[in-house]
Design a protein around this ligand. Sequence first.
Ligand code: FAD
Length: 217
Amino acid sequence: MKILIILAHPEEKSLNAAMFNTAIKSLEEAGHEVKTTDLYRENYQPVSGKGNFTELQNPGYFKQQNEELFAVQHSTLMPDIVSEQEKIEWCDVMIWQFPLYWFSVPAILKGWVDKVFTLGKFYDNGKIFDNGFSAGKKAMLSLTTGGPQKNYVEEKYGDINSILFPLHHGILEFLGFSVLQPEIVYSVERLTDEERKTLLEHWATRLMNIEKEMKNT
Ligand code: FAD
């Protein structure tokens, strides 16, 4: 299978980076093709706006979705967007590796979403959810939290599935992806080295068997 992994963490020695590197290694060992985007290391510019385009259809009044439709016909998207879109179209499975920031993705990853998933190419009138352009592809969130698992309940922070719903449903399923169970590592800073080693092994094993997991989903 062809697997795309997006990393959104600024520190190369972080646990998120370790999970990213573990994923690349285990997926390649299992015979999959892997492409990656390491957003911080590539200094990805996440601010979406006029700069997404090489030229504007309507310079007098900027409306991003109109410009996205124009870009489909006239190839006016900036190369940094086109190259990410090509990777998404290439992949069978897309994995996002990130630390939970304010119950969501880090801004650099949200900006990547805002820029890359353009109207007319990744969604359109009636081309959403089961009819989305990415139907048939799978996606998985792999995230770490600072807060402990026991706090991710209704009476405290809220259920983690509710917190991830905007990402799962509002972005990934909206685009047509089928969502795999997220990989969630809670409270990573409070774990022992041994516990972190075990979770990385568990992650590697899960990915080695990803094809089997997908067949059973
Ligand atoms: P790190 O601190 O990088 O790693 C943890 C430990 O693992 C470190 O000691 C590291 O050395 C060690 N490690 C690295 N590699 C390995 C390895 N190969 N083997 C063993 N150990 C290793 N948390 C929430 O729960 N909810 C929120 O809404 C939330 N919002 C936040 C918003 C912001 C802006 C910020 C900055 C943080 C927020 N947090 C939140 C906390 C954040 O989610 C955690 O700090 C983050 O998930 C920790 O992951 P990390 O990769 O940065 O951990």
